[in-house]
Ligand binder design. Structure first.
Ligand code: GLU
Length: 477
């Protein structure tokens, strides 16, 4: 009986900046497949491109994943049976395997200078050919190679790509995919600094780390034939590949880019999206459960996940949908939980102020970063034009009368304001809408405001009176 394999998936980001939101989606699918099958999910750091290295980003990549409530079973920070999980710490491993390919004649030294490669490229481009290496060094004699090595001529190591073969593989999302090897360049496997390229390191590591399924973006699809040829060269069984769709800009045009706001996973948290809302949104951005259910906890997602329901069509990163999920998850929170979240986004507010604001604002915000905007009037002096006070065509004498009487009421007693102000409006036969249009501007400086009277306790009696005085002054000027 063939023993069924333990499912092992990995996310392998490069420390070249912040974690992209698309990588977080890939990670979710990796995580779900591994967990659903009682397998393992691995974090591997692919830091072979030193030119693009951004110091500190490896730490931030790991931190943000954890801040989203996700974790891995093996990784640079916790180790595991296939340590180390950082590629630049595995250089001796790659040396061993490149030697194997050189010995088998499936890789070769390339001593071409950058200048020669650039010229070659320029000529090929001018002749409207696809730029590729011309295998100059593949044809060097053993003696020439030895001489160059003895003379310490810098070299790269390239892969031998067989001629005119069809490579077929079954992508888990896209089905059968065919490539002709004539389309594949003799890929550099080891760079002149001795460090492997992504292609070589990823294949060796996926094999050694016993990765069974590789989820990655469709931009890697054209690299897959190179990878499959490497597996073949070593005589290794390749993992299964699933090339995920790209996320599209909210307008449906083009790959999601900074044009439509930040694309970093961290930026969404900073913007006050809840991790669980983001994850739920991302789950459905390329996968569906096959049912109408749309709200999923991470555990429910793991339970429901299946590769068969991954989409072929690129999804639009629909921010309205994201706001909808965030609103839903915000309203699932208790006032105690909201207290903590509000405090984070309103660090200048006192505990008492937050306690007042939570019930007033929890239904009205889409994301937590709305809070500083909506409560600006509590912490800053707001300025506005006199005309704004009379926007509804209110007579200025009437507005002054309204404010004088409200001031008296507040001066006397600062409790039960909602009821007492409504009573005041009624007794004076004022128009409710008109009164509040004026009063909102008085307190907040704008016409779009949170429930203004309910916020007054957070503003305090003294500040409220001060704002009314300022408005009266403006109207009498
Ligand atoms: N290091 C690659 C990246 O950051 C990973 C690609 C892969 O998953 O194979 O995009």
């Amino acid at each position: 009986m063939i023993e069924s394999k333990i499912i092992r998936t990995r996310i392998a980001p490069s420390p070249t900046g912040e974690l992209h939101i698309g990588t977080l989606r890939t990670l979710l699918y990796d995580y779900a497949l591994a967990k659903k099958n009682h397998g393992q999910f691995i974090f591997r750091l692919e830091d072979t491109d030193q030119k693009r290295y951004v110091p500190g980003s490896e730490k931030r990549l790991m931190e943000v994943i954890k801040d989203y409530g996700l974790s891995w079973d093996e990784g640079p920070d916790i180790g595991g049976p296939y340590s180390p999980y950082v590629q630049t710490q595995r250089l001796d491993i790659y040396q061993k395997y490149i030697k194997e390919l050189l010995d088998k004649g499936l890789a070769y030294f390339c001593f071409c200078t950058q200048e020669r490669l650039d010229d070659l490229r320029a000529t090929q481009k001018a002749q409207k050919q696809i730029p590729r290496y011309d295998q100059h060094c593949f044809h060097l004699s053993k003696e020439e190679i030895k001489k160059n090595l003895d003379n310490k001529v810098p070299y790269t190591i390239r892969m031998v790509i067989p001629k005119n073969e069809t490579i077929v593989f079954e992508d888990l999302i896209r089905g059968k995919i065919k490539f002709n090897t004539n389309e594949v360049d003799d890929q550099v496997l080891i760079k002149s600094n001795g460090i492997p390229t992504y292609h070589f390191a990823a294949v060796v590591d996926d094999y050694l780390m016993k990765i069974t399924h590789v989820f990655r973006g469709e931009e890697w699809l054209t690299s897959t034939p190179k990878h499959l040829l490497l597996y073949r060269a070593f005589g290794w069984e390749p993992p299964q590949f699933a090339h995920l769709t790209v996320l599209l800009n909210p307008d449906g045009k083009g790959k999601m880019s900074k044009r439509s706001g930040s694309t970093h996973a961290r930026a969404f948290l900073d913007d006050g999206y809840l991790p669980e809302a983001m994850l739920n949104f991302l789950m459905l951005l390329g996968w569906n459960p096959g049912t109408e259910k749309e709200f999923f906890t991470l555990d429910e997602f793991v339970e429901a996940f299946s590769i068969n329901h991954l989409h072929k069509k690129s999804p639009i990163f629909d921010r309205k949908k994201l706001d909808y999920f965030n609103g839903y998850y915000l309203r699932q929170k208790s006032d105690e939980q909201l207290f903590v979240l509000f405090k984070k986004f309103l660090p200048q507010a006192s505990k008492d102020q937050i306690k007042i604001l939570v019930p007033v604002l929890k239904e009205r915000i889409v994301k937590l970063s709305d809070l500083p905007v909506q409560t600006k009037f509590l912490f800053e002096n707001v300025d506005y034009d006199k005309e704004l006070l009379l926007k509804k065509g209110t007579d200025s004498k009437l507005a002054i009368d309204m404010l004088q009487k409200t001031k008296e009421l507040i001066n006397k007693d600062f409790s039960n304001l909602s009821e007492r102000i409504l009573e005041l409006i009624k007794n004076n036969n004022w128009n409710v809408g008109e009164f509040f249009m004026v009063f909102r501007v008085v307190i907040c400086g704008t016409v779009f405001t949170p429930p203004v009277v309910e916020c007054l306790p957070a503003l305090g009696q003294e500040k409220t009176l001060e704002k009314i005085n300022i408005a009266i002054l403006k109207l009498t000027e």
